[in-house]
Design a protein around this ligand. Structure first.
Ligand code: AMP
Length: 299
């Protein structure tokens, strides 16, 4: 059985940063998340593509041992166009073309229904909820979202969050969703909704893990060459959930390690355009940077 199972977008991305530009690149939250998870486990994706989606991208996902039984085909693939200025922490969306995502209703394959580990990557919260309600006995539901869904589907989003175990947000989204400038307060509110933990990512400045009794502050990796941070949030969530799946241990101590693995894969992703660097790296590169992270915090 593929695990973790991941719902999210499969997209064609148009990205511009101060260091370059790509068009029609393989993107989407489910792609980044599943590639990141595939370094630790054998994930499966639920999403929709269009008839215009290049077959080479499907072949690539398969070559990473990512199960694609949950991908259905509609008319036109979801497209996202974004850019970054010198502050690479914030993507500015130029255009979101939902296309077949607009009428998408997720069909969870039979072979996914017994999955214990689930990552609800960024997509319509109603579809995230449908996945939760279709699974037989999930043990860990990790969930991500973004400002687009906070703006247009806040009520549905909050309903879905109440059924998740771990919520991952970036700092701006946490402030927006919970209506406070203070991240500790935002985490306190979020912890009343989810049962296990809240992670607030702060872009290149690291990530905060809050549970009821503890607080872990993961450093940011001092990257000198950031080319394109697209997908870093999804890589974080995918690697985080992939590592927990592999180790089958959701203790606070192990979640701290998972946060570092999430940060490692995200930082490696930012060093290349689109998924370029994810294609090149392997588990040895990940372990090497994981050890560097340890040294960063040794005092
Ligand atoms: P991240 O940089 O981790 O926030 O994710 C970037 C990816 O999210 C891109 O590859 C986009 O295709 C995808 N994306 C952009 N907008 C949305 C949206 N509204 N819902 C789901 N995925 C999106």
């Amino acid at each position: 059985m593929p695990e973790p199972i991941i719902i999210g977008t499969v997209a064609l991305d148009f990205i511009e940063t101060p260091f370059g530009k790509v068009e029609n690149a393989l993107g989407g939250s489910a792609c980044y998340a599943s590639i990141a998870a595939s370094f630790f486990s054998k994930p499966g994706i639920m999403s929709i593509i269009g008839k215009d989606f290049p077959n080479e991208h499907i072949e690539f996902l398969k070559s990473r041992q990512i199960n694609i039984d949950g991908i259905t085909t509609g008319e036109k693939t979801f497209k996202w166009q974004g850019f970054y200025e010198f502050d690479m922490n914030e993507a500015k969306t130029l255009k979101t073309e939902l296309n077949s995502l607009e009428s998408y209703s997720v069909a969870v394959p039979e072979s996914y229904k017994d999955a214990k580990y689930v990552f609800l990557a960024n997509i319509d919260p109603e579809q995230q909820l449908k996945v939760i309600n279709t699974l037989n006995n999930p043990e860990l539901i990790v969930m991500d979202t973004m400002n687009f869904w906070i703006d247009i589907k806040k009520e549905q989003l909050l309903e879905t969050i109440k059924k998740a175990h771990i919520l991952i947000l970036n700092d701006g989204e946490a402030r927006q969703l919970f209506g406070t400038p203070n991240l500790v307060k935002a985490a306190r509110i979020a912890l009343k909704l989810v049962s296990k933990a809240v992670i607030i990512k702060k872009g290149e400045h690291g990530a905060l893990l809050f549970t009821d009794s503890k607080h872990f502050n993961a450093p940011g990796y001092p990257l000198e060459n950031i080319k394109d941070p697209t997908g870093c949030g999804d890589c974080f969530g995918g690697a985080f959930t992939g590592f927990l799946t592999k180790t089958n241990d959701v203790s606070e101590e192990n979640m701290r390690k998972a946060v570092i693995y999430g940060s490692v894969v995200a930082s490696l992703n930012a060093e290349g355009f689109s998924i370029e660097n994810l294609k090149k790296i392997n588990i040895k590169d990940i372990e090497k940077r994981y050890n560097e992270f340890k040294e960063l915090r040794d005092f």
